[in-house]
Design a protein around this ligand. Structure first.
Ligand SMILES: Cc1cc2nc3c(=O)[nH]c(=O)nc-3n(C[C@H](O)[C@H](O)[C@H](O)COP(=O)(O)O)c2cc1C
Length: 322
């Protein structure tokens, strides 16, 4: 399958494994890139330079193009982190979720790196296009992890493709070849897949979280800020996160403002969530995942997931014969 993305990045399959902090390290990115798609490393809100260097060099060790995803509001000064990222030689860097995206574009372009950002509304897409981002990732509200909760993938993708000339990758809710085929047929240049790769053998997902993800149904996720409040993470309010439902979300999802007004309850919840994370107790700790987690029923090596997603080509051929 050839698209702008495969031609531009010199990859074989128009699929990107999403940057996922704490889940998508060098091992997963390496495996995805080695299989012919684009593997990305997710750099989280507390990653240190030594970790970044190690994970990016592992991703690069496949000798194939790979990507890096940064979280805009938390990544800090481009002058500090850009040299580290550029030195690793990624083909694509995404900067998503707040911060000054325009501060990154020139430096990345000077290093010959393609710049992406995840957009959750048409206004986001217009802003990113105006500052020269090369490829927009239209990320719908059904997606896993943090982001906006305003528009679902399909309407967002259609709107962005209609209006913006820049290449667009679709994200959110894609976990099988059918999803890849659907977005490519609509005009996307690729699919940006998170939750499905979070269950891969090579992901840094803990064993309990992986088991919970594989067992989850389509209806087992919820969008909430409760885990950010509990972990005292300064995520901007508009970027909550989609996670598996559990005891904490049953009590607090939808009541985040109330929780913020109750310092004692928040402190108690913080203690619980911090210790549950340490113990891998997913009945309390967050397991970030999107609705597409309900399409995943087994743990597979990343190369197997890539190979299955690549069969979108057969579906597109069939559809072309309509
Ligand atoms: C566990 C997890 C962690 C994530 N962490 C990040 C991150 O660090 N940076 C980022 O840009 N996006 C992050 N995301 C969002 C993904 O890039 C992507 O938007 C999403 O996974 C796509 O939807 P899907 O999960 O339905 O495939 C994360 C998603 C998940 C599931």
């Amino acid at each position: 399958m050839r698209t702008w993305l495969t031609d531009h990045l010199q990859i074989e399959i128009p699929v990107v494994s999403a940057p996922m902090a704490g889940v998508a390290g060098g091992r997963l990115a390496r495996a995805v890139s080695a299989a012919g798609a684009l593997g990305m490393v997710g750099i989280g809100t507390s990653a240190d330079p030594a970790w970044i260097e190690q994970e990016l060099s592992e991703a690069a060790s496949a000798g194939k193009p790979f990507g890096v995803g940064l979280i805009g509001w938390s990544v800090g000064d481009p002058a500090d982190i850009l040299p580290l990222v550029v030195a690793a030689g990624p083909a694509l860097v995404s900067v998503s979720y707040g911060g000054e995206l325009s501060d990154w574009v020139a430096g990345l372009h000077d290093a010959g790196i393609t710049v992406a950002t995840q957009v959750g509304t048409l206004d986001d897409a217009r802003d990113a296009d105006a500052i020269g981002v090369d490829v927009l990732v239209a990320r719908g509200a059904e997606a896993g992890g943090h982001g906006r909760n305003q528009v679902a993938t399909l309407p967002l993708l259609q709107a962005v493709l209609e209006e913006i000339d820049a290449p667009v990758i679709a994200a959110g809710g894609i976990a099988t070849a059918r999803g890849v085929a659907a977005v490519l047929a609509a005009g996307a240049v690729g699919a940006w897949v998170g939750s499905a790769f979070a269950t891969a053998t090579e992901a840094d997902t803990g064993p309990h979280a992986r088991e919970a993800m594989v067992g989850a149904e389509l209806t087992d996720t919820v969008y909430t800020r409760v885990f950010d409040l509990a972990q005292r993470l300064a995520w901007p309010r508009e970027f909550g996160g989609r996670a598996l439902v559990n005891g904490v979300t049953d009590t607090w999802a939808g009541r985040e403002d109330e929780l913020e007004r109750q310092p004692a309850a928040l402190t108690a919840l913080s203690d619980q969530v911090v210790s549950a994370r340490a113990d891998g107790d997913v009945s309390v700790a967050p397991v970030y995942a999107g609705q597409a987690v309900g399409l995943v029923s087994s743990v597979r090596p990343a190369a197997r997931i890539v190979a299955e997603l690549a069969t979108a080509e057969d579906l597109l051929r069939k559809a072309a014969g309509l």
